[in-house]
Design a protein around this ligand. Sequence first.
Ligand SMILES: Nc1ncnc2c1ncn2[C@@H]1O[C@H](COP(=O)(O)OP(=O)(O)O)[C@@H](O)[C@H]1O
Ligand SMILES: [Mg+2]
Length: 329
Amino acid sequence: MLSANAERNADTAPLLKVRDLQTHFRTSRGTVKAVNGVSFGLAVGASLGIVGESGSGKSVTSLSIMRLIEPPGFVAGGQILFKGRDIVTFREREIRSMRGREICLVFQDPMTALNPVYTVGAQMVEALQAHRPISQREAMERAIELFRLVGIPAPERRVHEYPHRLSGGMRQRVTIAIALANEPDLLILDEPTTALDVTIQAQILDLIKDLRQRINTAVLLITHDIGVVREMCEDVVVMYAGKVMEKGTVGQVTDDPKHPYTVGLLSSIPDPRMRGHRLSAIGGAVPSPLHMPSGCPFQPRCSRAMPACSQMPDMKDCGDGRLVACWLY
Ligand SMILES: Nc1ncnc2c1ncn2[C@@H]1O[C@H](COP(=O)(O)OP(=O)(O)O)[C@@H](O)[C@H]1O
Ligand SMILES: [Mg+2]
């Protein structure tokens, strides 16, 4: 069954509501507006994909939600309402309590998330003990249970292994298990399979899909691959150069894309020689963040550009709750 539009959904059972988010970086060459007015919502237990080419601002969006943006980066405007409270205004103590307990982030490369000098079981125990009083023994039992949940074979042995002894796919299963340790309300997955081999990618995506059916954690899945979103999510936000180009249900956006950028993403072709990576069918490249064209940032690459595109269009409702920022509509 298709869900309602992400934002309507979020109104009935709001978990996360990002409103006009602006995340900028001050550099010696000028201000980079990595995220430039992004809005979306996510309901309790729902799944939303954020898709766009490299450099669109997807990771900066997820890091903003986790309050992990470091100088020279800063949130320059907007709100990130989580259960109705604005994360942007959280104090350090509130952030620490939220991070790893209510919201968890899984990165592309599991090695950056894991500490090479501790066993994976010890890291799981630490994640569990960080947020609740639980004995070493109980925590280790829970670790084994969670490792089993994410499909790690012989978990009672695996907990004693160091990260480098595990394959890339197993390591990503470990980081997902650690992320789930405290039963977060929101799991953010930022390109969770991009660093993995194609067959392992499929296994991890299957795992995430399976977990979604078993636990009521909302998922924000970030990927450059619209095919992955189509398979995994109910709703989708298409981002380009720090802006939202189109959003709606996955059915609306992938069966009948409205924005020329979405059309381009969908017509990208899989190339077996590139081990499953897609070749971009969109001519040209993402503009330099320091030299953004005025108006619609996609205009220089858009086959349907027109004079109006020198102004950024507002989001328009296509009548069915799907929103598109394009002068064609
Ligand atoms: N620390 C930083 N300093 C300056 N610019 C940055 C920094 N981090 C990210 N950016 C810029 O923000 C933009 C969006 O980056 P990112 O969110 O990582 O894109 P995506 O995840 O969609 O590939 C890029 O143009 C990138 O150069
Ligand atoms: Mg990224």
